[in-house]
Structure formats: structure tokens, C-alpha cells
Write a protein that binds this ligand. Structure first.
Ligand code: HEM
Length: 145
């Protein structure tokens, strides 16, 4: 949805370049924070634990990240598009949404940091079993390659 919205915004700004002043922030963040960051996070959460044979330390955090990142992004782009994000109460509300998005990044960092850290020491299994991940098989039985 964000990719589609980002493309539509891009075409809109191409048609009316003066809109860039108002919509530049919205375009950038819908595309990079909404589409790219969430897509990268989704793919990373799916693939990296399999590559590194490590579990996410806080799987439930993915749900919170998703909610906070969407709420933060939508709040920020709405206020920015209305041009009321600097000064006064609106600025405090903008900062609130920015903090929500920032917390979402911190959750992503926490989950991915531990998945990408060196694995804990484990004892070598005696034989290859159906439950083992490919990375574990290659670690313990490199001749299987
Ligand atoms: C916690 C998440 C984020 C927050 C709170 C945030 C907030 C902001 C703010 C307040 C500005 C200045 C807006 C202005 O001057 O009108 C800005 C600009 C910008 N941000 Fe973000 N941002 C976030 C994430 C990201 C990410 C993930 C990217 C790219 C991967 C990004 C790329 C940019 C760029 C390129 C600009 C410059 C926009 C311009 O030149 O008009 N931001 N951001």
C-alpha cells in the first residue's frame, strides 16, 4: 500500500512540481519509512533467523514495531502535509509521532542485533536430523556441502 501510495505521490508531484514543497517529506517517508523500512524489516525477520540459526529475542516486538511505525509515520506525514508541524502544540504532537517511529526502530534494532550476533556455544550433534536447519548442518558437518 505504501509503495502504491508513494508512486501515486511521486506522479502527482511530477505533474505539479510546486506541490513538492508541501509533499516532499510525505513522499520521502511514505516510500522510505513506510515501504522500504517495513519491507526490509519483514524480509530480515523472515530470513536472518534461518541463516544464523538464532531465534528473535522478542518475536512479539514485531507486532509493536509494526503498530508504532505505522502510527508514527501516518501521524508525522499528516501533520507535515498540513504544514502545522513546527511551532506550538502541533509541534509537540509531531514529536510524539516521531518518538513512536523512533521506538519502532529501537525494537527492530533489538530484534535484529541478537539475530546477527555470534551464536551461543552448543554441543555438536552426533548425526544430521530432520529438525536441523541448513546452517546448523553446514556448521557441524561441513563435509555435507
Ligand atoms: C523515526 C523515524 C524518522 C523520523 C522521526 C524522521 C523525521 C524527519 C524530519 C523531522 C525531517 C525534517 C523534515 C523537514 O525539514 O521538513 C526528516 C527529513 C528527511 N528524512 Fe526522515 N525521519 C525518519 C526516518 C527516515 C528514514 C528511515 C529515512 C530514509 C531511509 C528518512 C529520510 C529523510 C530524508 C531524505 C529527509 C530530507 C527531506 C527533505 O530534504 O525535504 N527519514 N525526517
Amino acid at each position: 500500500m505504501y509503495a502504491l501510495l508513494g508512486a501515486a505521490l511521486g506522479v502527482t508531484i511530477a505533474l505539479g512540481p510546486t506541490l513538492a514543497v508541501r509533499l516532499r517529506f510525505v513522499l520521502i517517508h511514505i516510500n522510505l519509512l513506510g515501504f522500504m523500512t517495513l519491507m526490509v524489516a519483514g524480509v530480515a525477520f523472515h530470513l536472518l533467523p534461518r541463516f544464523s540459526s538464532r531465534k528473535l529475542p522478542w518475536p512479539e516486538g514485531m507486532r509493536y514495531q509494526f503498530i508504532l511505525q505505522n502510527a508514527g509515520l501516518l501521524g508525522m506525514v499528516t501533520l507535515h502535509a498540513l504544514r502545522s508541524w513546527q511551532g506550538g502544540e502541533a509541534h509537540a504532537v509531531f514529536v510524539f509521532f516521531a518518538i513512536l517511529a523512533g521506538i519502532a526502530f529501537a525494537i527492530m534494532f533489538y530484534n535484529l542485533y541478537f539475530v546477527l550476533s555470534a551464536p551461543e556455544e552448543t554441543t555438536k550433534p552426533e548425526k544430521i536430523t530432520g529438525e536441523m536447519k541448513v546452517a546448523e548442518v553446514l556448521d557441524y558437518f561441513p563435509q555435507a556441502l
